[in-house]
Ligand binder design. Structure first.
Ligand SMILES: [Zn+2]
Length: 343
């Protein structure tokens, strides 16, 4: 996606996002000259993105004017595409979800049917203040080219230039990423700089993980990192939609479908423990339909399998963003570009 603003504007907006600031704060934190800050601030006030709001006393000298971000001055849309459902949320510049729409998708939907349904939902929430649309889609896909390679479990999707198709139909900038990546973007956005090394485990119709390593979303060389559901956990295990056998996703889904909740949550726990050993993450966020239906069981199942050393604490939580986490994160990808600080 194109950068929507000049660099200095984006830096100033990014700093204003974290709370009321003065022009002096902005100059100190951005490294811009006071003259440059004054110019940028005047332009942003003119565009309705910033507003003067009160003053701060600084001891000597006259009180300094505080500047605040106008959260609803621009909006973003984010979508989660599951194998059977499309969810679209509307967020403001603060990343707060203002509205949502959900529609079922037909079995084995093809690209034209999907784009038509996406366009219908987006048109229902269309607003002059929209910056763009983020799509959190089933992988594998390439987030740089916007092409879906072979979405697992969706047979009519092979090398589909989805970003281009969506932009043509919507007339808005579109950014595409894997659902697990947009979900970890949402958590990173919510928790801020304190979240450095985390995994988000998304258990929906499939099972995948989003990785935040050293403060950055880790996508790998081909946006294929996090296809953790398709690593082998049982040598003689059940067949998987990916064509292999004994994948974590297949073993989990089989247990869940046969009503073995303890077995299903234990598989996720064992898998997460492996991730903790491999990556040394200290935060685990659980998300997805299966988790949200039985949050306490999944929390307990995962906590029971984690390393027990007291110097290796791991915080496990269920995402407070609930069903919106993937779609909200997709909107936040759009906002991140607006702020010029993609993570
Ligand atoms: Zn598999």
């Amino acid at each position: 996606m194109r950068f929507l603003r000049g660099y200095n504007d984006a830096v100033v907006l990014g700093l204003a996002r974290s709370g009321a600031v003065t022009r002096v704060d902005l100059a100190e934190r951005s490294g811009l000259t006071p003259q440059a800050v004054s110019k940028v601030v005047a332009r942003l006030i003119d565009e309705g993105l910033l507003v003067e709001s009160g003053t701060r006393n600084v001891g000597v000298g006259k009180p300094r004017t505080l500047l605040k971000l106008v959260a609803d001055s621009r909006l973003a849309l984010g979508a989660q595409v599951e194998r059977d459902e499309l969810r679209v949320v509307l967020t403001d510049l603060a990343g707060d979800v203002l509205d949502r729409a959900v529609a079922p998708l037909p079995p084995d939907f093809d690209p034209p049917a999907f784009v038509a349904e996406l366009t219908r939902l987006v048109n229902g929430m269309r607003d002059d203040k929209l910056l763009g649309v983020g799509l959190g889609f089933v992988g594998p896909l390439d987030h740089r080219t916007g092409v879906v390679h072979d979405a697992t479990g969706l047979v009519k999707w092979h090398d589909v230039p989805l970003r281009e198709l969506a932009e043509d139909s919507l007339g808005l900038p579109v950014v595409l990423d894997k659902d697990t990546n947009t979900a970890i973007v949402a958590e990173a956005w919510r928790r801020g700089e304190e979240l450095r090394d985390a995994v988000l485990v998304l258990v929906g119709t499939g099972l995948g993980v989003g990785l935040l390593l050293d403060g950055q979303v880790y996508r790998g060389a081909r946006t294929n990192a996090g296809e953790f559901g398709h690593t082998t956990i049982q040598l003689d295990g059940p067949e998987c939609v990916c064509g292999r056998t004994g994948c974590i996703e297949a073993v989990h889904n089989l247990a869940a479908r046969s009503g073995d909740l303890a077995g299903a949550t234990a598989i996720v726990g064992l898998a997460v423990a492996d991730l903790v050993q491999l990556l040394d993450v200290d935060h685990v966020v659980l998300a997805g339909r299966a988790v949200l239906a039985q949050p306490e069981a999944y929390l307990a199942g995962v906590r029971a399998k984690l390393p027990t050393a007291d110097w290796l604490p791991v915080e496990v939580e269920v995402t407070p963003l609930g069903d919106d986490v993937v779609a909200a994160g997709a909107a936040m990808l759009v906002l991140s570009e607006f702020y010029g600080r993609p993570r």
